[in-house]
Design a binder for this molecule. Structure first.
Ligand SMILES: Cc1ncc(COP(=O)(O)O)c(C=O)c1O
Length: 407
């Protein structure tokens, strides 16, 4: 049954009553988004704040696609409700059909793909498989915290290499750390969350070659969650490297440009031997029937991704210019978010924006005193959000000035 986006949202819409517990934006901001969500959910509370009547919430805190899945994907989900009673191995489509669709896209065999419940399952499995008390994680600072968080939680050895002055991953530093010996896994996020900077194909290939030479047993995970948003022509996916060089693999997700963060579909792609430990650790039936149906449909609709990239590029350019015009300093962005030097603590800025319904990103140490991560919403949302940023930056008095803290 074909359905419009609006019709779909009406069909499955939620009803949230004012009787539910209100939690202030300030609290949300102070605790950090993930901590807040975990706490609220554990207490059975609403996980997002209720705003005063008339204030629309603009959620630009989590690098989501503000438009959600494309129409092709939505139609596929709706059509598959009758399959909800089936396990994903026994449904139409089955999880194996998604693996086959991905294998077709990359012209590889099914054993070159491992599905995850979001790419976070892939990252977590990589930590379990390749990092141990004697095999360290080498990662960046700041970067997506999943692997770092795992290392900290289980007290595993960890080297965090700070980004350079342009907020780019310090490739030489990461190579040096990985080459010392004893590194089990290198987490290389390209483009990097939260900085949104990217490295070109030659740099990535050179990094892989140098790490492989110095430490052939080290596994290199290249996380390309934001691949579809890159416009820098020097960038290329590392998938061909992963398919031809042992101990290298790429993680991808349907959560970003595909607009399916709530559907939880990610995957690893690489040589079968490299991925074997991830395949072993994979939870059975880790993707849902709806997720598989939507992802397969999306893979058949590449125009939607091209349109989404173009839309994001436009809104990103608008946002970057607006931020520059108000005197802040955004780093080069190749994702659907911008890391910007606002010259004051992110917490202070986040709390002030939250009071006006604009939710921006969490703290990213060591830059939490100067930088904030802002995700790219729709053009309409960003026009409103940048007005809020302007008023907040004008109103807040601070002793810090842009760039003073150093990078
Ligand atoms: C770099 C990076 N990798 C992986 C993920 C996880 O995505 P998911 O588990 O939704 O696929 C994110 C989410 O923000 C991310 O920024």
């Amino acid at each position: 049954m074909p359905v419009s986006r609006r019709g779909f949202l009406r069909l499955v819409g939620t009803s949230e009553g004012p009787a539910q517990t209100a939690m202030s934006g300030a609290f949300l901001a102070a605790r950090g988004l993930e901590a807040h969500l975990a706490e609220a959910q554990a207490q059975g509370q609403r996980a997002r704040p209720l705003l005063p009547p008339g204030v629309d919430e603009i959620r630009i805190s989590s690098n989501e696609n503000p438009l959600g899945p494309g129409k092709t994907a939505l139609d596929a989900i709706l059509g598959k409700f009758p399959e909800a009673g089936r396990y994903p191995f026994n449904s139409t489509p089955a999880d194996a059909d998604l693996v086959a669709a991905l294998a077709g896209k990359y012209k590889v065999k099914p054993e070159n793909i491992v599905l995850g419940a979001g790419s976070q399952e892939i990252l977590k499995s990589a930590m379990r498989a390749f990092v141990s008390p004697t095999r360290s994680l080498v990662t960046a600072l700041p970067t997506f915290e999943n692997c770092t968080g795992f290392a900290n939680k289980y007290k595993l050895p960890l080297t965090e290499v700070k980004v350079d002055s342009a907020m780019r991953l310090d490739v030489d530093g990461m190579i040096a750390a990985a080459s010392k010996g004893g590194a089990g896994l290198v987490f290389f996020n390209n483009p990097n969350n939260p900085t949104a900077t990217v490295h070109g194909a030659t740099t990535v290939a050179d990094m892989v070659e140098r790490i492989r030479k110095a430490s052939p047993d080290t596994v290199i995970l290249i996380d390309e969650a934001y691949h579809d948003y890159v416009t820098d022509p020097s960038y290329q996916t590392a998938v061909p490297l992963a398919l031809s060089i042992p101990n290298v693999f790429v993680a991808r997700t349907f959560s970003k440009a595909y607009g399916m963060a709530g559907m939880r579909i990610g995957y690893a792609i690489g040589m079968a031997d490299t991925l074997k430990p991830l395949a072993t650790l994979k939870m059975p039936y880790n993707v849902s029937v709806f997720g598989a149906a939507a992802a397969i449909a999306s893979l058949g609709d590449p125009q939607h991704i091209d349109d989404e990239r173009a839309r994001n590029t436009d809104v990103r350019a608008f946002t970057v210019k607006a931020l520059q015009d108000m005197g802040t300093r955004p780093a080069d962005s190749q994702g659907n978010f911008v890391f910007v030097d606002i010259g004051r603590p992110a917490k202070e800025f986040r709390e002030a924006c939250a009071k006006q319904g604009v939710m921006v990103g969490r703290d990213f140490p060591p830059f939490e005193k100067t930088h904030c991560r802002i995700s790219i919403g729709t053009m309409d949302e960003m026009k409103k959000a940048t007005e809020v940023f302007r008023s907040v930056l004008k109103a807040t008095t601070t002793t810090a000035s842009a760039g003073k803290d150093g990078r």
